[in-house]
Design a protein around this ligand. Structure first.
Ligand SMILES: Cc1cc2nc3c(=O)[nH]c(=O)nc-3n(C[C@H](O)[C@H](O)[C@H](O)COP(=O)(O)OP(=O)(O)OC[C@H]3O[C@@H](n4cnc5c(N)ncnc54)[C@H](O)[C@@H]3O)c2cc1C
Length: 458
């Protein structure tokens, strides 16, 4: 990068440094959401903490904007930036599982697929995302919702420690005893506080699970939501299951004449005996006979990557989200009106339950404020063709608008779109002011601002 005077410092990086002159530039600057088309000055593929420190110094000293990238899944494209520096951690993939202590140490470039692969080898897992290509660090720093949340809490509830390169270049571990204020803020405050180079998680015995997708006719949607709301409230924590709307994809277990039909979907993940799972799922089948299902025993990573094929890199993405304190009749009516209008096979609404172990943690114990919410709905518009932007964006907005009277003002920071920046204070809820004060301590000049940004307190 010696051609760009402000960036000569990057010559010391051992990983690749990719500029507009490189053949790989277009591939390297692309992120998961095809709507995001930004042109950074340099993309640094860090290989080590040293590379990360050099890159942070380059951004600090040049004054250029900095974007941090792991799995590149950010819908608003926080993992890239125009005319600035992208710090891409995706080559930092080291993982060490300690099966005796049930601990995982995971570098900042790992995806959930990498994590699940390593931990499953020992019959262990922790709460992670439901698509295997999502980054561990980005998902965790926002909270981390997945199939195991009811049993083991959010991903942040399993985070024991994080190694962080701070804005001033120092390198610290944040945990309950070292920098506890930073540790508190990292657990839900997103990428605001530094570059997380390594994370340490608690693991749990989760080997094979019983579950999978069940598709239902739309005419039982209202009844299914009502039954589900009561069912999940009393279901054992070992049951993670969410309702959704989904156009039936061409899969072997779906009758050919139903492919392309919008249907109601319930995806389950039970960490316990088959007979208990079947008894629980049987209660939902009383609402209506499934059109198709693929439910049974499978490795946990198989379920956690089951939707990967439907959602490759390069789709258009526009999402909206909120938290639901209760699944009221009003909220159900909004779902039943808008869910069936889902305009694309990849687009969906997922209604994640976040009760159980998520509620064991106080709302001010971590930066994730919405511990009283029972559900986290996300209306995820995802479609291949830019010509369909209007139809899909309109669907997401109309659906979210109808749900809004029944939801909290804030939503999950990891499910926000580019036009949700006005909701930031509400998204951090009652924890915002404390986050702003931790931000003032660790990043007073707001070097890490390409995110759901928390302004440093005065
Ligand atoms: C298809 C899909 C499925 C998803 N499923 C789930 C799900 O099941 N559960 C869930 O909770 N969320 C889910 N999400 C949302 C996801 O948590 C966020 O998009 C998250 O930001 C992705 O992290 P990433 O590393 O892949 O993204 P990136 O775009 O690489 O990173 C996003 C931002 O996170 C921060 N960040 C990432 N890594 C670091 C780091 N090492 N240090 C400091 N900051 C960092 C930065 O601000 C960065 O810009 C999903 C998203 C998509 C697109």
């Amino acid at each position: 990068m010696s051609g760009t005077p402000a960036l000569t410092i990057l010559d010391a990086v051992r990983g690749d440094v990719i500029s507009a002159r490189s053949q790989e530039y277009d591939e390297a600057r692309s992120v998961y959401n095809a709507m995001i088309d930004r042109r950074p000055l340099a993309i640094v593929r860090a290989l080590s903490v040293a590379d990360v420190r050099i890159t942070v110094a380059a951004a600090r000293e040049s004054g250029l904007p900095l974007a941090i990238r792991g799995g590149a899944h950010s819908v608003p494209g926080f993992g890239t930036v125009d005319d600035g520096i992208v710090l891409d951690l995706s080559a930092m993939k080291g993982i060490r599982i300690d099966p005796a202590k049930r601990i995982a140490r995971v570098q900042g470039g790992c995806t959930w697929g990498d994590f699940d692969h390593a931990a499953h080898s020992f019959g262990l897992a922790t709460t992670g995302g439901i698509i295997s290509t999502t980054g561990v660090a980005g998902l965790t720093l926002g909270g981390g919702i997945g199939y195991l949340a009811r049993a083991h809490g959010l991903s942040i509830d399993n985070l024991r420690s994080a190694d962080v390169v701070l804005a001033d270049g120092s390198f610290v571990s944040a945990n309950e005893t070292e920098h506890p204020d930073l540790f508190w803020a990292l657990r839900g405050g997103g990428g605001n506080f530094g570059v997380v180079t390594e994370l340490e998680f608690d693991l749990h015995p989760v080997d094979t699970i019983y579950g999978g997708p069940m598709f239902f006719e739309l005419d039982v949607a209202e009844e299914l939501f009502k039954t589900y709301a009561e069912w999940i409230a009393t279901a054992p924590r070992a049951m993670g299951a969410f309702p959704a709307f989904q156009i039936a994809p061409p899969l072997p277990f779906i009758p050919e004449d139903r492919v392309g039909d919008p249907l109601m979907l319930l995806v389950s993940c039970f960490n316990g005996p088959d007979t208990d799972a079947e008894a629980l799922l049987g209660e939902l089948r009383t609402v209506g006979t499934p059109v198709a299902e693929h439910v049974g025993r499978m490795p946990y990573p198989a379920l956690n990557s089951a939707f990967d094929g439907l959602l490759p890199k390069g789709l258009q993405h526009y999402w909206k989200a909120a938290f639901l304190p209760e699944l009221t009749d009003g909220a159900i009516a909004a779902h039943v009106e808008h869910g069936p209008k889902v305009p694309a096979m990849q687009s969906t609404m997922h209604l994640y339950p976040i009760d159980g172990a998520v509620h064991d943690v106080a709302a001010d114990a971590t930066a994730f404020a919405y511990r009283d919410a029972k559900f986290a709905p996300v209306i995820a518009g995802m479609w291949p063709d830019a010509e369909d932007n209007e139809a899909n964006i309109d669907w997401v907005r109309a659906y979210h608008g109808a749900l809004e009277p029944h939801t909290s003002a804030g939503g999950y920071i990891n499910f926000m779109s580019e036009d949700d920046q006005g909701r930031i204070r509400a998204n951090y809820g009652a924890n915002y002011d404390r986050l702003a004060s931790v931000k003032a301590t660790y990043d007073p000049a707001n070097l890490f601002r390409n995110n759901q940004n928390i302004a440093p307190a005065e």
